[in-house]
Design a protein around this ligand. Structure first.
Ligand code: HAM
Length: 424
């Protein structure tokens, strides 16, 4: 039996790295005062059709759809935003007096894509969604989250790219301009773009196939067509980023593949990666019409999501070590089977006092147990046998320096408190 194409297993070092990053993200979210939300892995297909958009590649080509046993059309979530917005609306969070509502999430997403480096069919996103505020400072705060997380992890070669797609007025006007511009050149465009021309001409701008054509380079830029309100919003977002000392480039080619965005859109790319086009580490933006589109009260929103797999891959490319080597504080060795109960009880006490402790479950002899302590990279070893029980005194060895100590049973916790740093 093999795992399905485009999926991967997590174990060993990859498991430790994943947990390390998730813990860091969780701690960061506490500092930012965001709350953890979770929504189902599957939702009614209609949510994603309305939310992510009928014309998006995700909905037209990539969803995992199924009929449940009650003949309902269901879809494995291809992204996190639509579900969180549905939850916001369904749980009437718009009526909560504490606005804005700031949320974060972490979990698997499913897209039927052609698997390649940095592109999977099951992948994990960490993301945030914020509701109720149209303040440009809110956009800037959201952008600062991945930037700070990447900085905390030690990533160096990242770039924030930002653009504005304007409000509804802007986009209606720009749509006309783009259609007039591309109409005489339709024969030069790829088949996908020919289809996009009527449905969503904006997407022609970020077409990877037609990217190098002259007509693409000279295409009108949305930033030149922003309404006064959208221009003001965008300028203020940039000022807020400046005041937070977050570097960025304005990149008019960012139009995003999901239909829900309004005003600010952004991506953070890894400049040093060997992921090719998959070097987009995270992406997001504003979606002021989404709550209304899925049938809720008109509420502005802004958020982003980052891909865990791409982040881990770029950390490797940049040679960043997260210090996730396996280790133990203490390995407890019973002299023989008669002292197993004592060993397990002592291990329990150590764990409850915050130490990373383990013991023998394979009835190994003393020599094999010392080897096991080395394999587990244990800093200390405790031996427990008849003398130790009789004298109420444990034999403790520092497994690195080979120093040996006799420690009264009652003093064992304070002994380790003095010698072992607190771990995360
Ligand atoms: P997205 O650009 O589709 O946006 O995905 C965000 C990130 O998820 C990407 O930058 C990438 O790191 C990762 N990602 C996407 N697809 C894959 C894949 N097939 N394999 C591995 N990683 C992938 C969204 O999903 C929006 N919901 C973001 C957002 C949140 N906008 C507002 N709020």
């Amino acid at each position: 039996m093999q795992k399905p194409k485009g999926t991967y297993d997590v174990n060993g070092e990859l498991g430790r790295k994943t947990i390390c990053i998730v813990n860091l993200a969780r701690t960061l979210m506490e500092k930012y005062n965001y709350e953890y939300w979770r929504t189902p892995l599957f939702e009614s297909s209609d949510l994603f059709h309305r939310g992510v958009g009928e014309t998006s590649d995700i909905v037209t080509k990539e969803t995992y759809d199924f009929l449940d046993r009650g003949n309902r059309n269901m879809t494995l979530r291809p992204e996190g935003t639509a579900g969180i917005v549905r939850s916001f609306v369904e749980n009437k969070y718009y009526a909560n007096p504490t606005q804005p509502i700031k949320t974060w999430y972490y979990g698997p997403m499913y897209r039927y894509e052609q698997p390649q480096a940095g592109r999977f069919r099951e992948f994990y996103q960490f993301g945030v969604e914020v509701f109720g505020s149209s303040d440009p400072a809110m956009d800037a705060e959201v952008i600062s989250i991945p930037v700070n997380l990447y900085k905390m992890l030690g990533l160096k070669n990242i770039k924030v790219r930002i653009n504005s797609l304007g409000d509804t007025d802007t986009r209606l006007r720009y749509r006309e301009v783009l259609m007039n511009y591309f109409r005489p050149h339709l024969d030069k465009l790829c088949d996908d773009c020919k289809a996009r021309f009527e449905k969503n001409p904006l997407r022609i701008i970020d077409c990877k196939v037609d990217h190098d054509l002259d007509i693409m380079k000279n295409a009108p830029k949305i930033l030149d067509y922003l309404s006064d309100a959208s221009k003001k919003h965008f300028d203020e977002v940039l000022e807020m980023l400046d005041s937070m000392e977050i570097e960025y480039v304005v990149d008019p080619e960012i139009v995003r593949g999901l239909d829900y965005y309004t005003d600010t859109v952004f991506e953070v790319t890894a400049e040093s990666s060997n992921l090719g086009r998959q070097n987009v580490l995270c992406a997001g933006g504003r979606y002021n019409n989404l709550a209304k589109t899925i049938g809720g009260v008109d509420t502005p929103g802004v958020g982003f999501a980052l891909g865990m797999e791409r982040l881990i891959s770029v950390l490797e490319t940049e040679g960043i070590d997260l210090n996730t080597e396996a280790y133990l504080d203490v390995y407890v060795i019973p002299m023989d089977e008669n002292y197993k109960k004592n060993a397990i009880s002592l291990t329990q006490t150590l764990r409850l006092n915050g130490f990373k402790a383990d013991t023998d479950y394979m009835n190994k002899n003393l020599k094999s147990n010392f080897k096991q302590a080395d394999r587990l990279n244990s800093e200390f070893v405790i031996i427990i046998g008849s003398d130790e029980i009789k004298n109420k005194e444990l034999t403790v060895k520092n497994n690195k320096t080979r120093e040996e100590f006799k420690v009264k049973m009652d003093d064992i916790i304070s002994f380790f408190d003095e010698r072992i740093d607190e771990h995360e």
